[in-house]
Design a protein around this ligand. Structure first.
Ligand SMILES: *[C@@H]1O[C@H](CO)[C@@H](O)[C@H](O)[C@H]1NC(C)=O
Ligand SMILES: *[C@@H]1O[C@H](CO)[C@@H](O)[C@H](O)[C@H]1NC(C)=O
Length: 345
């Protein structure tokens, strides 16, 4: 989303302004590995698109690998951020059954390529202490196997943009006409996909077996409105939000869509509903850079407390695929990577 538009809407909704960092990260890699859910598996179950530090790997054991020292570059514009952020990919299924990957584009006002827009949101409590994640911290939101609208957490959604200028602005994320399912019609400006993580932590576990139990939503209200953290998860952490701009425009020819009018898009795990929307986060900021950013209320993608690299340097940071296979960028695929023989649903 456009920062100015967001701030204008936010300011209209609440008297206090909220500090939020919003920055671009270019595509690091598109690869079938997942150090959080399938550590050590090469390949992992489904395809991901990944941004951040180039220490991203099939296995990233906390304690034995510190991204802020293992990585030699990051695709994020804040150059002390070696974290990794990833989601599934989107594929289009043509009427003849072939799949092609839906490309991503940079968000408005950002100079990176593809990748995602990352937000670290402090919330509206200007005086509250927001605690940076600890080294080794990681988390997951959403569920790739979910196919039920009611089970999609509230901060995850799709927006059908009518044009590339994202105008008129559709309001705060996951409000208005935004949906939990894939948009059902063609979108002249592609999709804006939002993935928001919980903002409270148990203060003890860097991770848990389900990658979710150590984090929680506020016990009442929302993080944005200053909702308190529950006693089980008392530590306020930055609210991380991803925005991924999927450029669906090359698939807007209805003659290629299924004859029965059904939806032709799939998440890379074989989900044809959209409800399997999910995002992964693995902390990797250098030293106390993120804490300084929170304490000094950094905003946007340029902040005195942090080092910023040129967009060209962020774009130049890439990592080659570990699970070598065709990902369907230029060639049509007969099945989704890793999903051959599985019935998509
Ligand atoms: C990824 O892991 C493999 C084997 O586990 C190792 O050889 C390789 O150097 C690692 N790559 C990075 C970028 O850390
Ligand atoms: C399947 O359909 C797509 C889109 O119309 C087309 O580009 C592709 O060549 C077709 N593939 C086959 C194997 O017919």
């Amino acid at each position: 989303m456009h920062l100015k538009a967001f701030v204008a809407v936010a300011a209209a909704q609440l008297a206090t302004a909220q500090e939020l960092m919003r920055f671009g990260c270019s595509q690091l890699t598109i690869d079938r590995i997942d150090p959080l859910v399938n550590p050590g598996s090469l390949p992992s179950a489904h395809m991901h698109q990944v941004i951040g530090g180039n220490s991203f790997n099939a296995s990233m054991t906390p304690g034995s690998l510190d991204p802020s020292t293992a990585a030699t570059c990051t695709s994020c514009t804040y150059s002390e951020d070696f974290s990794n952020y990833w989601t599934a990919n989107i594929y289009f299924k043509a009427r003849n059954g072939s799949f092609k990957r839906v490309p991503q584009v940079a968000n408005l006002g950002l100079g990176v390529q593809a990748g995602m827009t990352v937000y670290y949101i402090r919330g509206y409590q200007a005086s509250a202490k927001v605690n940076a994640f600890k080294p080794g911290f990681r988390m997951l939101v959403g569920d790739p196997s979910n196919r039920v609208a009611a089970k999609v957490p509230s901060g995850l959604c799709f927006r059908c943009e009518s044009n590339m200028q994202q105008s008129p602005f559709g309001g705060a994320p996951c409000t208005g006409a935004d949906t939990k399912n894939f948009p059902k019609s063609t979108c002249g400006g592609g999709w804006r996909v939002t993935v928001t993580f919980p903002s409270c932590w148990d203060g003890k576990n860097l991770d848990t077996p389900d990658h979710k139990s150590h984090i929680s939503y506020p016990s009442s209200g929302t993080f944005e409105s200053g909702g308190a953290c529950p006693s089980t998860h008392p530590v306020k952490i930055p609210q991380i939000m991803y925005e991924i701009m999927f450029d669906t425009r090359e698939f807007n020819n209805k003659a290629d869509w299924p004859a029965d009018g059904s939806q032709p898009f799939y998440w890379s795990q074989g989900d044809n509903t959209g409800y399997g929307i999910h995002g992964d986060y693995l902390f990797g900021w250098k030293g106390d850079a993120l804490q300084k950013a929170m304490d000094t209320k950094c905003a946007g993608d340029n902040c005195k407390a942090l080092q910023r690299q040129a967009d060209a340097k962020a774009i130049a940071c890439t990592k080659s695929q570990s699970a070598r296979e065709d990902i369907g960028t230029s060639k049509w695929l007969t099945s989704l990577p890793g999903q051959a023989g599985m019935a998509p649903m």
